[in-house]
Every structure is written in structure tokens, then in C-alpha cells.
Design a protein around this ligand. Structure first.
Ligand code: FE
Length: 134
């Protein structure tokens, strides 16, 4: 069965790169260790690249070694939606922007045990980083 085609406005298509469209609207995954925010350690907030919804605070970002930006918690409960994803014969939890529905990445249960124990594995291209202005 074909997946329904996502609704993408002309404005969005102009704003986003081809890779961003592939990840956010077609549930693609960027190649590991390629994202420009992977090693970003600045203080600030990570937003949805499509709609600007704030998603993750820099305080919860950690080095997971997986090659994708990893966070152990969201900025506010409800800002992301979790959905079951059985694609590629894997039982994964998909992380979606609750405001616009953009695909962001997946959530796993192997995060820092002294924190939440969760690992939000997020595509760098799905994120827009806004540093805290001093
Ligand atoms: Fe969004």
C-alpha cells in the first residue's frame, strides 16, 4: 500500500533542502556522522526545522556515539509525539513534531541511566538550533 503523499506547501519546499524534505516528510534518515549539529555544544534550544516548534534544550544533549544528535529529554512534554514504527521489520518508536507532524527521528531506551534512560536520536537536518543570546 502506498503511503499517502505528505502535504508540503510551495513555501516549505523553497525553505527546505532536498534532504530535509526527505527526512521530515518521507521519514528518511541522514547518514550518520554528517549532521552539522552533531557535535554542537552551544547553549540554546533545538527547534523543528519545518515549523519552529521548540523541541530539545541543549542541557539534555549528550554524546551517544551513534552519529546522530542525541537528547535524553524534551523541552516540554507534548512538544513531540511518539508513534509506533514497524517499518524495516524493526520495532521502533518514531519521534514526530507534535505541531506540524514532521518526522524527527526515533526514541530508544538506552539513554543515560542516571537521567531519563531515554535516547532521542534525532536527524540534524530536522533541527534548527537557536543559541541563547547573551
Ligand atoms: Fe514542526
Amino acid at each position: 500500500m502506498d503511503k499517502p503523499k505528505p502535504k508540503i506547501s510551495k513555501e516549505m519546499l523553497d525553505k527546505l533542502t532536498k534532504e530535509q524534505v526527505d527526512v521530515c516528510f518521507y521519514k528518511g534518515t541522514e547518514a550518520p556522522f554528517t549532521g552539522k549539529l552533531l557535535h554542537n555544544k552551544e547553549k540554546g534550544t533545538y527547534h523543528c526545522v519545518v515549523c519552529g516548534n521548540p523541541l530539545f534544550p541543549s542541557e539534555t544533549k549528550f554524546e551517544s556515539g551513534t552519529g546522530w544528535p542525541s537528547f535524553y529529554d524534551v523541552i516540554k512534554k507534548g512538544n513531540v509525539k511518539l508513534e509506533e514504527d514497524a517499518s524495516y521489520s524493526m520495532d521502533r518508536t518514531e519521534v514526530v513534531c507534535s505541531k506540524c507532524g514532521a518526522h524527527l527521528g526515533h526514541m530508544f531506551n538506552d539513554g543515560p541511566p542516571d537521567k531519563t534512560g531515554l535516547r532521542y536520536c534525532i536527524n540534524s537536518v530536522a533541527l534548527d538550533f537557536k543559541p541563547i543570546s547573551s
